[in-house]
Design a protein around this ligand. Structure first.
Ligand SMILES: [Zn+2]
Length: 207
């Protein structure tokens, strides 16, 4: 499972900063050195983020964006997801959708890469479109993983309030939810004893 995935964003950032150490170092260098477009895009984002930070405090987000974010969490349709006490709501760190919209509309195998923080774990996932269906392939790992973590948990995709797929995480924290119709999904799960939920995710051929 791990070998199917790109390096974690944390590893790309550490590579950029010259701080990548440990067992994954050579594999990450080899992958990036081979000229992976997805990782090159992610690395370019680090450079622009570093440049933006160097310029000083960030401007406030546009009010329309704030309203949209608030609305998303208030939307009654999904309120039940957020009501369970003790459940961690994953926070989205990166979503490549905006860069990939044209590709997602047309090409088979185009992928959208996302990263969330789930408490002290990272959830990295790619959405891949194949033949009119989508796959969500990803991995949940402790943020401070040294490459040897054993992860225990499960992940479930829900659509319109119904479970459409529920699978255990493999020992590396990997998972693959396959054969998903286009639509809006919530991901729920449990990792190392903590329950989490990922805010609704729209997948597919958006007009
Ligand atoms: Zn890559």
């Amino acid at each position: 499972m791990r070998n199917e995935l790109h390096p974690r964003l944390r590893d790309l950032a550490d590579l950029r900063d010259g701080r990548l150490t440990g067992t994954r170092t050579s594999a990450v260098k080899e992958h990036v050195g081979a000229g992976c477009d997805v990782c090159a895009t992610a690395s370019a984002r680090f450079e622009s983020a570093v440049a933006a930070i160097a310029e000083g405090p960030l401007p406030a987000p546009p009010r329309s964006v704030v309203r949209q974010a608030v609305h998303m969490f208030r939307a009654k349709k999904w309120a039940w997801l957020l009501e369970a006490p003790g459940r961690i709501v994953a926070s989205l760190v990166l979503d490549q959708r905006m860069e990939l919209v044209p590709a997602l509309r047309s090409s088979v195998g185009a992928e959208r890469r996302m990263l969330w923080m789930v408490g002290d774990h990272e959830l990295a996932a790619c959405v891949v479109l194949r033949g009119g269906h989508a796959e969500i392939v990803g991995q949940i790992l402790p943020a401070e993983d040294d490459g040897s973590s054993q992860v225990v948990g499960e992940i479930e995709a829900m659509r319109n309030g119904r479970s459409v797929a529920k699978i255990p995480l493999d020992a590396d924290g990997g998972f693959a939810l396959r054969g998903l119709s286009y639509g809006t999904y919530a991901l729920l799960g449990r990792v190392d004893g903590a329950e989490f939920v990922v805010a609704p995710l729209e997948i597919g051929d958006r007009a």
